[in-house]
Design a binder for this molecule. Sequence first.
Ligand code: ZN
Length: 316
Amino acid sequence: MAASPSKGVNLTTWSEGLHQLHQAWERHAAGIPPKGGTRPPTYRSVAEIPPGTEDVVALDLGAPDLPQLVQLSPIQALALIGEARNETLKLVAELKSLRSLSLTAGRGVDLRPLRNLSNLEHLTLEATHITSLAPLTGLDRLETLAIADLGKLSAIDEIAALGQLRWLFISGGMWSKYRLPTLTPLASLANLECFLLISTHVQDGSLEPLTGLSRLHHVSLPNYFSITAFARLAAALPTTVGHFRSPWFVEPRPVDQFHYAACKTCHQYRPGTTLGKPAKRLCPNCHADRIAKHLARWEALVSAAREPVARSKAAT
Ligand SMILES: [Zn+2]
């Protein structure tokens, strides 16, 4: 049976690690560059792991004594380094005390054994070969889900069943354009607090599914949506942190004339990138009129989107 996760266990290290991860995501959503963090040491064999270890363990899947993993039963946080195969998933499914798991799914791997991990609160999945998220739908305690490198996943409909999710990170492939039909399944995630979408094109172009998520406090989106879609979201989520609330995807800033990204004409500014596709690179010196037009358009779109929001709020 599942080990009691709270009894006599010091949770600080893994929960602190998770807290730091969440803070890093929030900084990303707010446009703050990442700081270097520390990583736990990676063990090369199960035998190297000190007995009674309950906290973060990074284990190389090349470990010759991998089947001994089941003896790590009180462990709460596990990061597996290397591609996990079906045998690995079956072993991991025995570790019922796990509250945090990070793994890379190998080709043809069946994720269903993860349903056994009823205490799992955080899952990081490098999912190059994954074609469905259905195996995750039974994870009732899952609050944080990070899925990356999703080249083969054609939809995320099953995410709608994870209503307790508070943190969601979706990243497409590093080298190819990742396409999702829609963000509609996210509309069911009423507890969502932080959403990061990276390197992903959403084919219906709509951000409406996020507009009803009143708990969202950080949102980071790629600049692949229209300015109108961003303005509607900005009107619906007036206190949420993220680029989508300003007319700039990247704000222009003064730089010295030798800066690599300085304006080719005046050399005084690094041009800004406007929010919404197609993005324009505009310099405050050289394109003042185009910037004024862009800002006025943004203001007009946000106020127009606020009107129906205000009316529907007044009606309830
Ligand atoms: Zn210029």
